[in-house]
Design a protein around this ligand. Structure first.
Ligand code: ADP
Length: 625
């Protein structure tokens, strides 16, 4: 996996983990908040529920004994013994009317043993119960069966809901009729509504019979099946009210009596502009001595709102903590990286320092060695130069040796002439012929001068020169060299072709040494031309840019291949011992190279050997300087 991929994966996992943590913190805070609030509400609801049920129970209890004791009242007793007597009926009606007024019951009435109402408190009203038969209603049946009837129902004549309490009226064991007290529980309801609580009471069928919210009344808190609805039709318990479902949905059951419920907006019992909150904590309890249940609904919206904001806060705090943690760890890593980098740098620096020290030590030892070598080389060069100078001198002496016979011959002639002329001069002086003697003496003088020039040329050639720098006038140098070999040229009848060139043409070289090179080339040519027909030496000279090219060519045998390969090697010679040393060309090449030029030897296309030397030219101005 590449570095960047690993980094991407790490970022992805960190983000994922952070999201999970934030979500978990939010959910945790939400749950904790809701559960705390539910606990508190549950307790509160419990206390209030006690209050509500007590108020309802005491309201019912106020009337509980009334039906039973009605049989003891004289008008009632008289009536049930003679139900068809209008007089008695009238008395009973009046009595019941007064009693209802006094007790606050909504109606009190007496049924004969067949269920027909024979006297009622509301006898004066047009829709009075008189003559109605309620035998089918459970409270009659229960009372007729010997018990106390308790029944909540909706009145059939005026559709007024009410709680019916009934008891049998007996003559000994014989049932004569049933006394019924109908009470309205509206007062209780009103009190609940005023306390701004949502309280409802459901009967054994799950039908809301009392509610602080009027619109919830006569709705079905639990679904009603067809059989139950048929039974309602028969008993007309709810006087055929439609009983739509209330639509409460249980979300969570916290306890057998406590649950979290939801009232959907679409609940049929409510108009769409439902003013009520949607989530409730529903706590219920059974009413004493009845199948009813009292339920209080507490809105949970505030609870959820608080829980949501706590969840958001927890999420934000967790996110902040994560960010801080990430920042801290990133910083730590940064610091660690920086430290590591610094350490690495320090290590590298130390290593470098060590290497530099090593190298310095190496260098100083190399330096010392080099210095020693340089000194050694300088000494060797000095030695070489000395040797070279000595060699040059030796080469020169060798040339002089070669020339000596010619020189001796050259001097012999004038010497003999001087001897003859001086002898003659003495004789002319003795005769007194002064004119002839003086002529002889001046000839002698000329000859001596000539001899002097020969010896001075030789002396100057033989002079030991050590410098390779200087300026050589080519014209003069060629003259001097030819003068030195003049005797040999004459003797071998060698024709010399001299170059035509400006008098001022000059090269950068010591004149003495340059002449030595020329003499060398000329004597080599003369050596080869010995006994060769029509010997000829041609000297050419030309300026080529900053160089001067001078060549000496002969028409001798030329250079054999075997010779050409070794021309400039020291001690290479094809001449017999005593004549050639094999150093001439070696030394000449050395002299030319030292002056910054080059010497080459080759065969001329038209035959014979040709030696060419190239040297830096010296301009006229430089010569003057
Ligand atoms: P040395 O003259 O003492 O032999 P050099 O170094 O002057 O030494 O010459 C080396 C050789 O080069 C000579 O022995 C000769 O064989 C050859 N050589 C030099 N000049 C010529 C020439 N002009 N023609 C033919 N051969 C030559």
């Amino acid at each position: 996996m590449t570095r960047s991929r690993r980094r991407q994966l790490r970022i992805f996992l960190t983000v994922l983990l952070s999201l999970l943590l934030v979500t978990a913190a939010g959910i945790g805070a939400f749950r904790a908040s809701v559960s705390d609030a539910l606990d508190v509400m549950q307790r509160r609801a419990g206390q209030r529920l006690d209050l509500y049920s007590t108020s309802l129970e005491s309201e019912i209890a106020r009337y509980a004994q009334l039906p039973g004791i009605l049989g003891l009242a004289q008008p009632v007793d008289a009536l049930i013994h003679d139900p068809n007597n209008p007089q008695r009926q009238q008395e009973a009606n009046r009595y019941l009317e007064r009693l209802a007024e006094r007790t606050g019951a909504s109606a009190i009435y007496i049924q004969d043993w067949l269920g027909e109402v024979v006297a009622t408190s509301n006898w004066q009203r047009s829709d009075s119960y008189l003559g109605e038969n309620d035998a089918y209603r459970p409270y009659f049946q229960d009372a007729a069966a010997g018990g106390a009837g308790r029944f909540f129902g909706v009145g059939t004549s005026r559709s007024e809901p009410g709680y019916y309490l009934s008891d049998g009226l007996y003559d000994g064991p014989r049932l004569l009729g049933v006394a019924v007290v109908k009470i309205s529980l509206a007062r209780v309801e009103k009190a609940w509504a005023e306390s701004k609580s949502l309280v409802l009471v459901t009967d054994q069928n799950g039908v809301v019979i009392l509610s602080s919210e009027p619109r919830w009344k006569f709705t079905a808190a639990e679904p009603l099946d067809a059989a139950v609805r048929a039974e309602f039709d028969r008993t007309r318990q709810y006087n055929r009210l439609p009983l739509p479902p209330l639509g409460l949905k249980t979300l969570r059951r916290l306890d057998s009596d406590v649950q979290v419920v939801l009232l959907p907006k679409a609940s049929t019992s409510l108009p769409s502009s439902d003013p009520y909150p949607r989530h409730f904590l529903a706590k219920s309890r059974a009413l004493a001595q009845s199948d009813w249940r009292v339920t209080e609904l507490l809105s949970l919206d505030a609870v959820y709102e608080l829980a949501y904001s706590r969840a958001a806060l927890a999420g934000v705090l967790t996110a902040l903590a994560i960010v801080a943690l990430l920042w801290w760890s990133e910083r730590r890593r940064h610091v660690r990286d920086k430290l590591a980098a610094r350490e690495a740098l320090q290590r590298a620096y130390n290593e470098l320092e060590r290497k530099v020290e090593d190298r310095t030590a190496d260098l100083s030892s190399t330096n010392l060695r080099l210095q020693a070598e340089v000194a050694e080389r300088a000494r060797a060069e000095q030695h070489l130069r000395q040797t070279q100078d000595e060699l040059v001198q030796a080469g020169k002496l060798a040339v002089i040796g070669q020339l000596s016979t010619g020189v001796a011959h050259e001097l012999n002639q004038p010497l003999a002439a001087v001897r003859t002329l001086s002898g003659n001069a003495i004789r002319f002086l003795e005769r007194g012929d002064l004119a002839t003697a003086s002529a002889n003496l001046s000839t002698i003088n000329e000859l001596v001068e000539k001899m002097g020039s020969i010896t001075s040329a030789l002396r100057s050639f033989a002079r030991k020169s050590t410098s390779s720098v200087g300026v050589t006038q080519l014209q003069r140098a060629i003259d001097n060299a030819l003068f030195l070999v003049d005797q040999r040229l004459k003797k071998t009848r060698t024709q010399v072709l001299r170059p035509t060139m400006p008098e001022t043409l000059a090269v950068r070289c010591d004149p003495n040494r340059f002449e030595q090179v020329l003499v060398n080339l000329l004597t080599n040519a003369l050596d080869e031309l010995e006994n060769y027909p029509a010997p000829r030496i041609e000297i050419t000279c030309r300026r080529d840019g900053a160089q001067v090219v001078l060549s000496v060519r002969d028409n001798g045998p030329g250079l054999a291949d075997s010779v050409r390969a070794h021309l400039f090697e020291p001690f290479f010679t094809t001449k017999p011992a005593g004549i050639g040393l094999g150093l001439g060309l070696t030394l000449s090449a050395g002299i030319v190279a030292e002056a910054g030029g080059a010497l080459m030897g080759d065969n001329h296309p038209e035959g014979g050997a040709q030696f060419t030397l190239t040297l830096p030219a010296v301009s006229e101005e430089e010569q003057h300087d």
